[in-house]
Structures are given as structure tokens and as C-alpha cells.
Design a protein around this ligand. Structure first.
Ligand SMILES: [Zn+2]
Length: 269
């Protein structure tokens, strides 16, 4: 929760943002209202140094801007709340706050999806945003399921970390049950969960087939060449095997980026 007595001069963004505080110093809530209209993905505010400063570690007042980098906003932008259907996107690679896919109009509450920047949150909370797609318990992306993160824009560092998480989980699952049970979607809407399950099953079938083919090719190899062939086969399987099938399905662009395509940031909105 943001402090009532900030270190900066208020209001910091009087032309674009109105901060509303209700309650008293002991117990209060804040929210922010837009004063402007913007087209979809229009620039709302830049995150400049200063007033922004790098923070040594995450706090309630920081926004994560990279794998190990956190940002103190040092402005009223701190009072932008979480929503599961946010009006804003914090694009931390570009250091821009932009309007979401619906654009923005005066009177709209300013919100963004906290797990789109935060990998870990010290204080997860139960969201009361009341939107149809409310994800319920909001934590850092690390502690949310694929279904909970479905359909919302995520920063590159979060997508990269999720790929790693899912790959690790996929390896663990493959080791324990042959990769036949691959989805982590346990807390989402039923259709999303079913979709994730179907995708997981399809990927698992592919994996099983790949493994079968690799085993078959080994059977046909005799003598000294077999070990090398085995390594090649294993490498091939590792590269093609789905770590978290639902995740791979959902984040196709990230998979391509990870395999060497170093193009610009992709919008997954
Ligand atoms: Zn919500």
C-alpha cells in the first residue's frame, strides 16, 4: 500500500492522473482516475530517471523492470492499482506506460496487471476488482498458474522467467511420469482449463511419439556409433520436448524468441 506522505511533490502528474484517497491515515485506499483519452496502446506516461530510481530489492512501492531490476517510481504513478482487466500496460522494456487494447477515456480508473511486471510478491492478495475474468488470488507471476496468466499482456522478463519455470516443471514431470501429465492449470476458468488440458495432451502425445522414434532409431544402431547417436537423439528430444505444454502453446512468440530470434518486443495483448 502506498504511503500517504510521499517524498515527492504532489500531484506529480496533474494533467493525466487524479489520485483519490479514501479513509484515514491508519486505514486508507487509493485509486487513480484518468484525466485524458488515448487510443489503444497510446503513450500515457514515460518512466524517466529521475524521478525513477533503481531499487535494490522489491518492495510494495517498486515495479519490476527486469530479471533482477526493480524501480522506485517516486511519483503518483505509484497509486495505480491492480486490475485483472487493466486499463494500462507497464511496458518496462520501453519504460513506457501505455493504454491497454481498449484505449483510455477521462474517468476510467487507471490500473495495470501486477503479475505482468512482478515475478515475486511479498504480499499476495485476493483481488476484488470484480471484472468477469478476475484471477482471484494475485501473487507474482511465479506463483500463478498458466490459466491465471492467460490472455493478458506480460513483460518480456516475466515471459522468459515463466518459460524457465515451465521448462523446469516439465523436466520434473517427464522424469516422474513420462510427461503424460503436463498442465499446471488448476485455478482458472473451466474453458481455459479444458483448453490447457487438451493442449497438454496433444503435446504429450507428440513427446511420446518423439521418444518412440528416438528409441526406434537406437534399436537400429549397433556397435561404437550408438552412444553418439544416443546423444544426438537425446539432444533432439530435449529441444523438441514440451516443458509445459499449455505454456508453450500460449506463448508461441516467446518460444521463437528463445530459440534465437532476437527481434523487438512482441505484443501479446
Ligand atoms: Zn481481479
Amino acid at each position: 500500500m502506498a504511503p500517504l506522505t510521499p517524498s515527492w511533490v504532489q500531484p506529480s502528474h496533474p494533467d493525466i492522473q487524479e489520485v483519490i484517497v479514501t479513509g484515514n491515515a491508519a486505514e486508507f485506499t487509493t485509486k487513480s482516475i484518468s484525466k485524458i483519452s488515448l487510443p489503444p496502446f497510446g503513450l500515457f506516461a514515460k518512466l524517466d530517471f529521475p524521478p525513477c530510481t533503481e531499487a535494490p530489492e522489491p518492495t510494495y512501492a517498486t515495479v519490476q523492470m527486469g530479471r533482477d531490476k526493480h524501480l522506485d517510481l517516486n511519483s503518483d504513478l505509484l497509486y495505480i492499482n491492480h486490475s485483472c482487466e487493466p486499463s494500462l500496460i507497464f511496458d518496462m522494456a520501453a519504460m513506457n506506460i501505455i493504454a491497454g487494447p481498449k484505449g483510455l477515456k477521462p474517468g476510467d480508473e487507471l490500473t495495470f496487471f501486477y503479475p505482468s511486471t512482478e515475478w515475486y510478491m511479498a504480499q499476495p492478495f485476493d483481488c476484488l476488482c470484480g471484472t468477469p475474468s478476475c484471477r482471484g488470488r494475485i501473487a507474482g507471476a511465479r506463483d500463478m498458474t498458466a490459466a491465471q496468466l492467460e490472455g493478458v499482456w506480460l513483460n518480456r522478463h516475466i515471459r522468459d522467467l515463466l518459460e524457465e519455470r515451465d521448462r523446469q516443471q516439465g523436466k520434473q514431470k517427464a522424469a516422474t511420469n513420462g510427461g503424460t501429465n503436463g498442465t499446471a492449470a488448476t485455478n482458472g476458468s473451466a474453458p481455459a482449463q479444458q483448453q490447457a488440458l487438451r493442449a497438454a495432451l496433444a503435446q504429450a502425445e507428440k513427446l511420446v511419439e518423439t521418444l518412440r522414434q528416438a528409441a526406434g532409431s537406437l534399436d537400429n544402431v549397433g556397435g561404437g556409433g550408438s552412444l553418439k547417436r544416443k546423444r544426438v537423439a537425446e539432444a533432439g528430444v530435449t529441444e523438441d520436448s514440451p516443458s509445459e505444454p499449455a505454456g508453450l502453446q500460449r506463448r508461441g512468440p516467446t518460444s521463437r524468441e528463445l530459440s534465437g530470434e532476437m527481434g523487438g518486443d512482441t505484443s501479446a495483448a
